[in-house]
Ligand binder design. Structure first.
Ligand SMILES: N[C@@H](CCC(=O)N[C@@H](CS)C(=O)NCC(=O)O)C(=O)O
Length: 217
């Protein structure tokens, strides 16, 4: 397997955590998003959407794309340890929590959106920053409300086993920290994120532990 990755990419962080939890160590190829390498023609051939992650399997087929689809693929093909609950209602909750991050919050803070705001709409850097912070805080508030409310919440987002929702939550928290959004106002989120980061497979996948991060952070 080969994972196209970059230290700062939160979507790739989600997949790195899932791979680590499943005990899979793919080859990696770096795509420097801050230098715009996602637009290079050779990467466009890998993922025409010009986004990471992309995961090349050993079956000779086209790369997998979209972090949720990749995590679900890993779950189906490498079921241990499970990252989705056994029951349909539980899976719906875990996927719902995940989609708050993947579908709604994260897309509003990615480089192409930030660049569009500053370069095409001529927003200042501060205005762009405020835009990102606004949507990150809104997502964290929603997640806090759901996680604090539901009796299904345990040590982790859903009971006492790590699920895809936790990988999304940790990515959300770390991504928000890049825009100076802290977790203090979101105590349940903070507790779960801290518990997750204690897990070696998750801690190792942290953006600031990846090659290239220390120079750039
Ligand atoms: N929904 C996609 C999002 C992928 C995505 O936006 N990746 C970001 C990095 S976290 C990216 O490659 N951005 C490049 C850009 O915006 O130009 C997923 O979950 O895989």
């Amino acid at each position: 397997m080969k994972l196209y990755t970059f230290w700062r990419s939160i979507a790739t962080f989600r997949v790195r955590m899932a791979l680590n939890l499943k005990g899979i160590a793919p080859d990696v190829e770096y795509v420097d998003l801050l230098k715009g390498h996602q637009h290079d023609s050779n990467y466009k051939a890998v993922n025409p959407q010009k986004l990471i992650p992309a995961l090349v399997l050993d079956d000779g087929g086209p790369p997998l794309f979209q972090s949720m689809a990749i995590m679900e693929y890993l779950e189906e093909v490498y079921p241990q340890p499970p990252l989705l609950p056994q029951d349909a209602r539980g899976r719906a909750r875990v996927r719902g929590l995940s989609q708050i991050v993947i579908s709604d919050a994260h897309p509003l803070s990615v480089p192409r959106i930030r660049n569009y705001l500053t370069q095409t709409l001529n927003l200042s850097h501060d205005q762009m920053h405020e835009w990102v912070r606004h949507w990150q805080i809104e997502a964290l508030q929603t997640l806090e409300t759901l996680l604090a409310r539901d009796k299904e919440t345990g040590r982790y987002c859903h009971g006492d086993a790590i699920s895809i929702a936790d990988l999304c939550l940790v990515g959300q928290a770390v991504g928000s920290s890049f825009f100076d959004v802290g977790l203090k106002p979101f105590p349940t989120v903070e507790r779960i994120v801290d518990a997750c980061l204690e897990h070696d497979a998750i801690g190792r996948a942290h953006p600031l532990k990846q090659s290239g991060a220390s120079a750039a952070a």
